[in-house]
Design a protein around this ligand. Structure first.
Ligand code: CTP
Length: 399
């Protein structure tokens, strides 16, 4: 799958840079043409001579070649590539990529690249789990970059944990998978609902829930990277819009219902990921409700069930998927929802799984099909879960 693929291999200053030699060799063995761009600190760990002899190309590090004065165009390089792979990627390079700090050839090339970008982090366990690194990786994901999660194991620091750069063979597999799956949803229109809804009580108060929108946004990102035309109907969240995705912001369940019913007839696939409030105050007070001494009663009326409404107007060939979050009788409740809402499959996530679901970065799901088949997955990052859901949908299409 990597035959004739042009790959920029970005190498940064990590002890794992020695693995980049094996990585370059693996990519070349699988048919790719590799151009190495190395940061100044990367050269402290691995010599350009090793890399250029392996790749049969001069290694690029500076904007100019010192002795000839030849200028390297990061723009041309960015356009040349079919993929850019940064491996190992240090915390510092990841931060620069996330924030556009273009102070070396590697980052300027990254900013100019139109090709898909893969990032294989390598760093110490504590650095990897630091909120700053987590946030920067989340930003890269939101730009549509693919993060190849580091492995667990012994680290150069002597600590044990997550942070080791993934093995070269596995990184090459990841690229192959991407090229074989890429654009597999080209021409397909996908609608996704995500995040919570807010139901107004008065000008300053609302009924809401803890949904962060991360799962729906990860699904939108994954579909867009496979060439789908994605419309993301989003409740109030603090996430950036994924690259190439059309986002419609809504607040209440009624607004989400309107946007979803307008967009669904034109969609091939709809994934209902939003945590929609089931009830809304019967009336929204025009002014802020004052504290009184008497008890306060708030009358709530049911909101429309968006997924169920779409299930009623679903045409043959359209795929409608829902999520279920259950605290008890999980499978039975999920199957009941699938039937009631006329879904093609339902993704069950359980409140019983610690670390999964609302607000977090991970999720553990079970997919239940219309015919009752059950597929369970281990706990994974939400972007890996999004890939699993999309692979499942590819299976429905027989792709
Ligand atoms: N859903 C929806 N509109 C609603 C409520 C839910 O589109 N008003 C969708 C959700 O996006 C999800 C699925 O229906 O895909 C199941 O949501 P969930 O909240 O688990 O189910 P409810 O039908 O609300 O049932 P309950 O709250 O009683 O468990």
């Amino acid at each position: 799958m990597l035959k004739n693929k042009k790959i920029i291999l970005g190498i940064t200053g990590s002890i794992a840079a020695y693995k980049a030699v094996y990585l370059a060799r693996t990519l070349i063995k699988r048919g790719a043409e590799v151009q190495v761009v190395i940061t100044p600190s990367g050269k402290e760990f691995i010599t350009p001579v090793t890399l250029s002899s392996l790749t049969q190309k001069p290694v690029i590090s500076e904007f100019f070649t010192a002795n000839t004065g030849e200028w390297h165009s990061h723009v041309d390089l960015g356009l040349w590539a079919d993929a850019m792979l940064i491996a190992p990627a240090t915390a510092s390079t990841i931060a620069k990529m996330a924030n556009g700090v273009a102070d070396n050839m590697l980052i300027t090339t990254y900013l100019s690249a139109r090709a898909p970008v893969f990032v294989a982090p390598a760093m110490d366990f504590d650095m990897y789990r630091h909120p700053s690194t987590r946030r920067n990786l989340e930003l890269l994901r939101s730009y549509g970059n693919h993060i190849i999660e580091p492995a667990e194991g012994a680290l150069a620091s002597g600590l044990e944990g997550k942070g080791r750069m993934e093995e070269p063979e596995k990184i090459a597999d990841e690229l192959e998978r991407f090229f074989s799956a890429s654009k597999s949803f080209f021409g397909k229109k996908v609608m996704i609902t995500a995040g919570p809804t807010y139901e107004k009580i008065d000008p300053v108060r609302f009924i809401g829930n803890y949904s962060s929108g991360k799962m729906g946004y990860a699904i939108a990102t994954a579909f867009a990277s496979r060439g789908a035309e994605v419309t993301l109907i989003s409740g109030p969240v603090t996430l950036p819009t994924p690259a190439g995705v059309k986002r419609i912001d809504v607040e209440s369940a009624k607004e989400m219902y309107k946007a979803a019913t307008e967009n669904f007839p034109d969609s091939d696939i709809a994934v209902m990921c939003a945590a929609v409030a089931d009830f809304a105050p019967e009336q929204t007070n025009a002014t802020k409700i004052k504290r009184g001494n008497a008890d306060m009663m708030l009358k709530l009326i049911p909101n429309p069930d968006i997924a169920a409404s779409l299930g009623q107007i679903k045409k043959p060939g359209q795929i409608l998927a829902g999520f279920a979050l259950e605290s008890d009788n999980e499978e039975e409740n999920a199957r009941h929802k699938l039937e009631k809402k006329n879904l093609d499959f339902i993704v069950l996530n359980s409140l019983a799984d610690k670390g999964a679901c609302f607000g977090g970065d991970n999720n553990k799901i079970t997919i239940i099909s219309r015919t009752g088949e059950k597929t369970s997955y281990p706990m994974k990052s939400k972007s890996a879960v999004a890939d699993d859901i999309i692979t499942y949908i590819s299976g429905i299409y027989g792709k």
